[in-house]
Design a protein around this ligand. Structure first.
Ligand code: NAP
Length: 305
């Protein structure tokens, strides 16, 4: 594959940035890749494992001369990082991000970017519960969706180039409005994470009552929750603080449904429970048919990651 961007700067060197680096190397779509992370420890790790062609000690140095800059930091600090790098961006560069929330990132980053720099917000809908520079792998985006959220009046050429870049990294790409993106993600990712965090918290409280039996006899349902609830606390705190309205809307509906199911259990309404579970089972089948998960009985837990 031919080079699509001569110099790509990865700002933040965690799970997503490191996966992008290895996927870029696999695809051969980037000339030089520079990287910057806030802490010296992360920059040292990156140098040790060969993450990025050049690891820089300042964000200014990392973005200098880059024709693609990717913000891979938690959503809550995107604006501050954009402000810090703005004066050093090359004219004509494309700035994108990988944040899990789009409206707040657009509002926080957009105003800092100088004229002549193209801003194309994005979100690869792929992740694991691991974080940090050593957690990435080239296959993370394969056959997963990356959503691009072009801003009004943006440059269509910059959007189509970024689309081709993500496709080269293995992703399927779709464009979406920011508000719609935030609602879709509240349903498919943000609310489920909050529910998992809650369930594991409840079990932890119970553990004190049942003397560790919750952990010892932990069965599939609970174990799957614990995997999700092991996700990075900083990232997820920022997601809920910045996608407040959509998450609260989904959680409101969730609570209503939970009460209805609770009532069905209390009143012995087996038909309600059976019909509900039949409907949800069909959704699972749809996800497998769309190629977004495996129907292996262990949820792919035997897989390498
Ligand atoms: P991560 O593994 O925790 O890495 C975050 C990186 O950001 C680290 O290199 C960290 O540097 C750096 N950073 C944190 N605060 C900073 C600051 N104030 N200034 C400069 N750098 C800072 O995170 P990730 O999972 O890759 O997530 C990155 C972004 O991708 C987030 O916006 C998240 O919403 C989005 N995303 C995540 C997933 C997922 O499942 N993980 C999926 C899709 C999108 P240090 O190591 O030096 O602290």
């Amino acid at each position: 594959m031919s080079v699509m961007y001569e110099r790509v700067a990865l700002i933040g060197l965690g799970l997503i940035a490191s996966s992008m680096f290895w996927a870029m190397k696999r695809a051969g779509v980037a000339g030089e890749v520079t990287g910057y992370a806030r802490s010296e420890a992360t920059r040292d790790t990156a140098r040790r494992i060969g993450l990025c062609d050049r690891v820089c000690d300042t964000v200014a140095e990392a973005v200098e001369g880059a024709d693609l800059v990717v913000l891979c930091v938690p959503v809550g600090v995107m604006g501050a990082v954009a402000a810090e790098m703005a004066a050093h961006l090359a004219p004509g560069a494309t700035v994108t991000d990988v944040g899990s929330v789009k409206r707040r990132v657009i509002d926080a980053v957009g105003p800092h970017l100088p004229n002549g720099v193209h801003f194309v917000p994005g979100h690869p809908m792929a992740g694991t519960e691991h974080s940090g520079p050593e957690s990435g792998f080239a296959e993370l985006f394969d056959n997963r969706w990356t959503l691009l959220v072009p801003i009004e009046g943006g440059d269509p050429e910059a959007v189509s180039r970024l689309r081709a870049y993500w496709e080269a990294l293995g992703a399927n790409v779709e464009e979406m409005e920011p508000e719609h993106h935030d609602l879709v993600c509240a349903v498919t990712s943000h609310a489920p994470h909050l529910i998992a965090y809650t369930m594991v918290g409840v079990a932890d409280d119970l553990r004190r009552v049942t003397d560790s039996e919750v952990i010892k006899f932990s069965a599939a349902g609970f174990r799957d929750f614990t995997r999700i609830a092991a996700s990075d606390p900083t990232m997820w705190r920022d997601v809920f603080l910045t996608n407040k309205d959509a998450t609260l809307e989904v959680l409101g509906r969730f609570t209503e449904e939970l009460f209805a199911l609770q009532r069905a259990i209390r009143t012995g309404d087996g038909d309600h429970l059976y019909d509900y579970f039949t409907r949800t089972r069909a959704i699972r089948r749809g996800i497998i048919e769309a190629g977004q998960d495996t129907d292996a009985p262990d949820f792919g837990r035997g897989a390498k990651r």
